[in-house]
Design a protein around this ligand. Sequence first.
Ligand code: G3P
Length: 226
Amino acid sequence: MKFFLDTADLDEIEEAASWGALAGVTTNPTLYARTGGKLSDFHNHIKRICDIVDGPVSAESVAMTREEIVRDGRELAEIAPNVVVKVPTMVEGLAATRTLADEGIPVNMTLCFSVPQAILAARAGARYISPFVGRFDDISEDGLEQLSNVVSAIGGYDFSESTVNHEQVEIIAASIRSANHVTQAALMGADIATVPFAVLKKMVQHPLTDRGLDAFMKDWEKVQNA
Ligand code: G3P
């Protein structure tokens, strides 16, 4: 499993990148709005993320028609070679994904909540598909079960004929709210988990690691004083 950071916060991205395990970043309009960024600075902001991260950086189109999404996607793809265009799972999004994929522009289909949506996204040429876990849980459904269904269904077929450069479509477990979500996503074979920085910090922690480290430090003090 690879880890992406689900944020548009440059400080968080710089910090997480310095840990040595970051494979990419996903942003969305809400995450960019949280940085206080202006529309006029959006492309520049994405460029700064692409300069920090050696991996795919998802930047979302907020257009609602296929023509506008394609135009957005082409502009976003010009920002840096590692930009991935994030497109919502809807009819206009599917049509735009097909065009962008045919032009060699990778697409991350987002707001995916079902197996049929995921299969359509893969057939339309999406390079990444993002099933949302936490938002399913938010409506008292089982987000992990939905993710597992998508992983199994997509893994059962070869979609490489549909994708950019015939690469295999990868599943991004999105809307991750806890380290346990990451554990379960890894066990079911999701390719990528995109996690908020708060979850990434929790993933490093374990009370037995802290306790063990504390004991080692105390014992080493005895060695130094012996
Ligand atoms: O980036 C999409 C997704 O990860 C958003 O998560 O927590 O807003 O449901 P959340």
